[in-house]
Write a protein that binds this ligand. Structure first.
Ligand code: ZN
Length: 150
């Protein structure tokens, strides 16, 4: 196990224990529920938009450590980002978690998202890691319903 791998696990455990932005936004512009029936992860994403900028994100729900910490990290990264930047980050994140376990990591481009690189060895966890992101993207596309990873 490499040094960064141990550090990554620490970050995931920290966000699982103390998730960021876990709050209801009463006057959210968008609100969507994401469900991963495979694992039982269930999160609601609340968004406040200021033009094309994500001005605030709230998360509610419950799930495994991967799903919860991913929702938490997503919310802390995307606050203040534009909708286009959010989509680009998701593409980068999705490409990373679905790449081969030994594929090189572009840690500079991934930033904090690199902590989920261990997910590549556990394909069943990919849906946990990407659930909040799928909900976010659906919300950005104007959908106000439930999204499921299945
Ligand atoms: Zn899960």
């Amino acid at each position: 196990m490499s040094g960064s791998r141990a550090l990554y696990e620490q970050v995931i455990l920290d966000h699982n224990k103390n998730p960021r932005n876990f709050k209801v936004i009463e006057d959210a512009d968008r609100k969507i529920e994401g469900f991963n029936p495979l694992c039982g992860d269930h999160f609601t994403v609340f968004l406040k938009l200021d033009g094309t900028t994500i001005s605030d994100i709230g998360i509610q729900g419950a799930g495994c450590a991967i799903a919860k910490s991913s929702a938490s990290i997503m919310s802390s990264i995307l606050k203040g980002k534009s909708v286009d930047e959010a989509k680009e980050l998701f593409d980068r994140f999705h490409a990373m978690v679905t790449s081969a376990p030994d594929a090189p990591l572009d840690e500079a481009a991934l930033g904090k998202l690199a902590v989920f690189s261990g997910v590549r060895e556990y394909p069943i966890r990919i849906k946990c890691a990407t659930l909040a992101w799928h909900a976010l993207l659906a919300a950005l596309q104007g959908e106000n319903q439930q999204v499921s990873t299945e």
